[in-house]
Design a protein around this ligand. Structure first.
Ligand SMILES: [Fe+2]
Length: 306
């Protein structure tokens, strides 16, 4: 059973990270539709606005409530986020709220007094986040069904749609746990998170490999290698859940490999922003996958220890 303080901090940390992720998923979906499916593009844009509004609420509640670890981990924003948003807007013409990003980058973790109103406001945020994410998950699910049955075409890979759908369900599960005042950072929970995030890291690597220009052979090879490493780590983490085998060893290896992938993603984001890498990677997607690696490192116990 979480204390009010724990409930508030865990909820704020989770929402700051995942509401931005959901907002960006909506943008990536929006950008992937062809002119024929402009109505779906508008639906995705409406989700983006909805998540942005929730993220504004979360950010207003976050000052003095967010954890030091979340701030230090660069999972909320990174040094690349603002520039990635500016460049994404420059390329696509789709407006992005950069002042929100600037506000998030200045959040303070110091203790704010807890009140019944604060607990209530945070619980309301959790519930709203759940509802909107459930609606977005339904949208992603329908899109995936249409794409997989060849009724629709989009520039997003089917695996990417499945991947972002899984992330939505994961966020929803965490929100349910929190409103029931369950701790989402327990040791038993950690191994499930490792299975989940190792697979996510494997898929990021494969997306990067598939979205780089075919001439970027060295980077493609490196990305493919990460994909294989994280596939193996996913298998090991899954086995660890079944056989109570040496989880500490899997955790140590996952941590090591995620640090390497984080560095690779950071170099990728910087290379894309500086026009040094040829690809069809949306700049904000490069920053998005970097933030997810930073989040996973924090789950593994290394928040902001560069
Ligand atoms: Fe992801």
């Amino acid at each position: 059973m979480l204390s009010d303080r724990e409930f508030i901090t865990m909820s704020i940390d989770l929402n700051l990270f995942f509401l931005r992720i959901m907002k960006e998923h909506s943008l990536f979906l929006q950008l992937g539709f062809t002119p024929k499916d402009s109505a779906s593009g508008e639906e995705a844009a409406a989700f983006k606005t909805g998540f942005e509004n929730l993220l504004i609420q979360a950010t207003n509640l976050a000052n003095g409530n967010v954890s030091r670890a979340a701030v230090d981990s660069q999972q909320i924003t990174t040094p690349y986020t603002l520039e990635a948003e500016r460049l994404t807007y420059f390329y696509t013409g789709v407006p992005i709220n950069t002042s929100l990003t600037q506000q998030e980058a200045m959040l303070n973790p110091y203790d704010r007094p807890i009140s019944a109103e604060m607990v209530q406001a945070v619980e309301m945020l959790d519930r709203r986040a759940y509802q909107l994410t459930a609606a977005l998950a339904k949208f992603k699910e329908e899109l995936l069904t249409n794409v997989r049955s060849c009724k629709m075409f989009t520039m997003n890979y089917p695996l990417l749609i499945e991947h972002i759908l899984r992330e939505a369900h994961f966020f929803m599960d965490m929100l349910v746990a929190l409103v029931h005042r369950n701790d989402i950072t327990t040791q038993e929970g950690l191994i499930d998170q490792e299975v989940f995030w190792n697979r996510i890291m494997a898929e990021h690597s494969k997306f990067i490999a598939g979205l780089l220009d075919p001439s970027e052979e060295a980077l493609i090879d490196a990305a493919r290698n990460f994909g294989k490493q994280f596939d193996a780590l996913t298998t090991q983490a899954t086995q660890a859940t079944r056989q109570t085998m040496d989880i500490a060893n899997v955790t140590a290896q996952s941590l090591e490999e995620t640090k390497k992938l984080r560095d690779f993603k950071a170099a990728g984001a910087s290379g894309i922003l500086e026009c040094k890498i040829e690809s069809i990677i949306i700049p904000l997607l490069a920053d998005h996958v970097l933030r997810e690696a930073n989040h996973y490192l924090c789950v593994l116990g290394v928040c902001g220890n560069r």
